[in-house]
Unconditional design. Structure first.
Length: 367
């Protein structure tokens, strides 16, 4: 009975923690459609992205003055051919082993940009509608047309295994400290990496991606540079504006991708936010334990435990649907996703803290 009561109490505490963890939203404002068209330079770092580029480049509005620059970073596939076919300007990234990740491609790409507004976009991103880029530009205007704006795209999945990304997507958003009840205007803000928007003047002042030359997660270093200059940094959810499909190549790509940065990313999360996160995640375990402990206690105890399991599953589903089109079945099987999350997080921690190396797109990166 005591173990049952503990499990029930912890589950209720977990549900409350969930409400505290993801208490705020930050959606791109779509009310500015009547404004003038903004000229934008879209810079895409690309390494073996021949499969993804058509989806991205087709999603860019043809009615707006948009310059598309694709920076080919040592591709061995048809990345350059595909990019040129869709009308992008293509440049080859100069080989320099002192740089890590995509920062070198972005830094070089900024030098080719002719417009004042710069938008750095990952190759697996797609804009959700013709107005997306203009809506993002309008949102940037709302913060005074200065500083850094970042977006975490809405995750569009197609295969069952991709549901494994659900918790990782959710943790990427809530781990940035801006969506919980403990958010403070005085906190230095991090940034999401898939979509970054800034102006040339601020980018040069902060040195942008040059500040991330030796960083695996470039967005943290860049946002820190903007914070140090007293410039605004904003974070937004991509639902309805920007989508992506991560790691569509299979389990190996998914494991490699999330292992690349997840343990590192958790280091920037505030302790108060981490507390809410861990308590909420622990609820996936306690809901199961409550059912197990109720088996010999009677039908009412079992009913209460099962009810709490489904209440947690509903909250779980509400949260992950804010970040992607994840399956309701995945939410009902949340303990399995929790196990996958723990395994991949542990692998990420070992790669970074013990083996001190990670692999990404065929490259070994020593830490």
């Amino acid at each position: 009975m005591i173990l049952y009561i503990i499990a029930i109490v912890l589950t209720i505490l977990s549900l409350i923690s969930g409400m505290c963890m993801y208490a705020r939203r930050a959606i791109i404002n779509n009310s500015g459609k009547g404004r003038g068209q903004t000229a934008v330079s879209v810079i895409v770092p690309a390494r073996n992205e021949a499969e993804n580029l058509p989806k991205l480049l087709n999603s860019i509005s043809k009615e707006q003055e948009i310059e598309v620059i694709v920076m080919d970073d040592g591709s061995t596939d048809e990345t350059q051919v595909v990019a040129r076919y869709y009308g992008a300007s293509v440049y080859t990234v100069e080989n320099d082993t002192t740089w890590q990740g995509k920062s070198h491609a972005c830094w070089q790409g900024s030098k080719y940009a002719t417009h004042d507004l710069l938008m750095f976009v990952d190759a697996d991103v797609q804009f959700a509608c013709d107005d997306s880029i203009q809506n993002i530009a309008n949102q940037y205007d709302l913060q005074g047309g200065k500083g850094l704006l970042s977006i975490q795209p809405y995750h569009k999945i197609k295969k069952l295994y991709e549901n494994i990304s659900a918790i990782f997507n959710l943790m990427t958003i809530v781990g940035m400290n801006q969506f919980s009840i403990t958010k403070s205007a005085n906190n230095e803000q991090g940034a999401f990496g898939p979509v970054l928007v800034t102006n040339k003047q601020d980018y040069k002042l902060t040195q942008g991606h040059l500040k991330a030359k030796n960083q695996i997660i470039e967005s943290f270093a860049i946002s820190k540079a903007y914070n140090q200059q007293g410039l605004p940094v904003s974070l937004h959810e991509g639902q309805g504006v920007v989508n992506f499909r991560m790691y569509s190549q299979g389990y190996k790509a998914l494991l490699e991708g999330w292992s690349k940065h997840f343990a590192l990313g958790s280091q920037v999360t505030k302790k108060s936010t981490l507390t809410f996160v861990f308590l909420w995640l622990f609820g996936s375990l306690t809901t199961v334990l409550a059912i197990i402990f109720s088996i010999n206690l009677g039908s009412l105890y079992i009913l209460l435990a099962i009810t709490l399991y489904f209440i947690y599953a509903i909250q779980f589903h509400i949260f992950i649907r804010r970040t992607g089109n994840f399956n309701i079945v995945a939410s009902l099987c949340h303990p399995l996703l929790f196990i996958c999350f723990v395994v991949i997080f542990f692998k990420s921690w070992l790669d970074i803290n013990v083996f001190k190396r990670i692999y990404w797109k065929g490259r070994r990166i020593d830490l």
